[in-house]
Design a protein around this ligand. Structure first.
Ligand SMILES: [Zn+2]
Length: 133
């Protein structure tokens, strides 16, 4: 996994490059998403994180997405079918819930302020905020 901490300008340019979107669309997306994972790389908007604890919580979340990506590559190598892999990984909601739960556990263990009061509230957040596929 690699970690890139980018200035606002470079962060927006990276979103635009990876999604093939306009600068305006990428700028709007950056406002909603201060970190993201793409394959085995993770990107963080530099001025967003005010302290190392919040940054590490974000790394835990994005690292979960990288873990899913690496597991998927491993399962492809081992000959699992697309359907079998989808069954193991679950839906996009499942991936997001897992990432938020890992972040939540990290926050609880290290005393970083929680974003959610419970895992149930994580489920509600994911189901309201993300498309499922
Ligand atoms: Zn996520």
């Amino acid at each position: 996994m690699s970690i890139a901490i980018l200035s606002r300008e470079k962060y927006i340019a990276k979103i635009s490059e990876l999604e093939g979107s306009s600068k305006a669309v990428a700028t709007a997306k950056a406002e909603q998403m201060p970190a993201f994972a793409y394959r085995d790389q993770t990107y963080y908007l530099e001025p967003y994180y005010e302290n190392i604890e919040e940054f590490l919580a974000a790394v835990t979340h994005e690292g979960s997405h990288v873990r899913d990506y690496l597991d998927e590559l491993d399962w492809v190598d081992k000959g699992f079918s697309k359907a079998e892999i989808k069954n193991k990984i679950g839906s996009y909601w499942d991936e997001e819930k897992k990432a938020y739960e890992r972040e939540h556990d990290f926050r609880k263990e290290t005393g970083v302020p929680l974003q959610f009061s419970s895992k149930k509230s994580i489920d509600i957040h994911v189901e309201k905020s993300y498309e499922n596929y």
